[in-house]
Design a protein around this ligand. Structure first.
Ligand code: VNL
Ligand code: MN
Length: 352
């Protein structure tokens, strides 16, 4: 009836086994992993609150079957690109993270096999393996997930215990994503323990704003570190209309050039292109949690309409009215089909 299928591209799930590990972390901590007050704030809430929304979110996260499909049908979502919810395995010690990544990929692959028309999935890897000099293990799991399980990208739930993907120890995984031709979805995490305090004390550490502060900064660190000069065909996907970066393009370019010219920071090197050029060449932008026509039209205008695509942010922002709002974007039928279906199909190489 609409002339397009709605493909939602930032849709979260969680194995019950991972939530059980989170409960243990919240209770006892993990001697091998530094404290993370953002994690405690986020998952202390979702796993501890008796209020209705957090309980519904946790129930929906663990459902990769009939309940989720009923929600999709009720909202008009034809297909979900599934990803392990944040912070995923990033808060675990490396051996536990590796075990959980394998379990998560197997679980998602089963859901895709059961409902190939409704689900595809992003791979999960234990990014901290790369920090321990064991990037090969993360690369091997990515390879298995993509080539054996048919996954269409890899989720990066942002910082790994305070380190970011500009750290060259992670680059073998980025190189593998480039070679496998699958995008890396850079999803928010709570701000790391060194930056969370002033946000947390005001109630701003989560999806309301802290995620965007943390993840916008992460994306910018990736750009300014030269990742895309080294891996020019690497593709990144970011939610929430780009975590505000599209609004900042001129100022970022201006001060990047000025700081490089003056040699102000050793970490800020000359790049082959302007920062905004990478944000228009290597990055795609989903509308997760940002069902706002004027914002969507602005981002299309400044980064290009061919890299702005639909996402819901299920189950955290399960708002069927927001689907309708995006159905009514001031776009012609062909452009709307691209927005809901075409761009996602090519970006993730979807076959259904
Ligand atoms: C929230 C929203 C959390 C979107 C998310 O991941 C997310 C939240 C933990 O409202 O807390 O993807
Ligand atoms: Mn999300």
């Amino acid at each position: 009836m609409t002339g397009y299928r709605r493909i939602a591209t930032e849709e979260a799930f969680a194995p019950p086994e991972l939530l059980q590990l989170y409960r243990g972390l919240l209770r006892d901590g993990d001697g091998d992993v530094p404290r993370d007050r953002g994690f405690e704030s986020l998952w202390g809430f979702y796993l501890g609150s008796a209020a209705e929304r957090p309980r519904a979110v946790v129930r929906r996260l663990t459902d990769l079957g009939a309940g989720r499909i009923a929600d999709m049908d009720a909202a008009g979502i034809d297909h979900q690109v599934l990803a392990l919810t944040a912070p995923g395995t990033n808060v675990l010690d490396a051996p536990t993270a590796r075990t959980m990544a394998t379990l998560t990929n197997d679980m998602a692959a089963q859901a895709v096999r059961d409902h190939p028309d409704r689900f595809t999935a992003l791979a999960t890897v234990a990014w901290q393996d790369a920090l321990d000099g064991n990037a090969d293990a993360a690369v091997a799991e990515l390879d298995r997930a993509v080539r054996r399980l048919g996954m269409c990208g890899v989720i990066a739930n942002s910082h790994v215990q305070g380190t970011y993907l500009d750290d060259q120890r992670f680059w073998p995984v980025l190189e593998a994503a480039e070679l496998l031709d699958v995008p890396v979805y850079l999803h928010p995490n709570t701000p790391n323990d060194r930056m969370v305090e002033p946000l947390h004390e005001a109630g701003l550490d989560g999806a309301i704003y802290g995620f965007a502060v943390e993840t916008g900064m992460h994306l910018l660190r990736i750009v300014t570190s030269g990742v895309f000069d080294r891996f020019p065909r690497l593709r990144l996907v970011v939610g929430h209309l780009g975590e505000a970066l599209p609004f900042w393009l001129p100022r970022i370019d201006h001060f990047h050039a000025a700081q490089v010219a003056s040699g102000r920071y050793p970490a800020m090197k000359a790049l082959q292109l302007r920062p905004s050029d990478y944000l228009r060449r290597n990055v795609w932008y989903t509308t997760s949690g940002m069902a706002w026509q004027r914002g969507i039209m602005f981002v299309r205008e400044v980064v290009g309409p061919d890299r702005v695509l639909y996402a819901m942010d299920y189950p955290y922002q399960y708002e069927p009215d927001e689907v309708r709002h995006q159905d009514e974007l001031p776009l012609d039928a062909a452009a709307k089909r691209e927005f809901f279906e075409g761009i996602a199909t090519r970006l993730f190489h979807l076959t259904v």
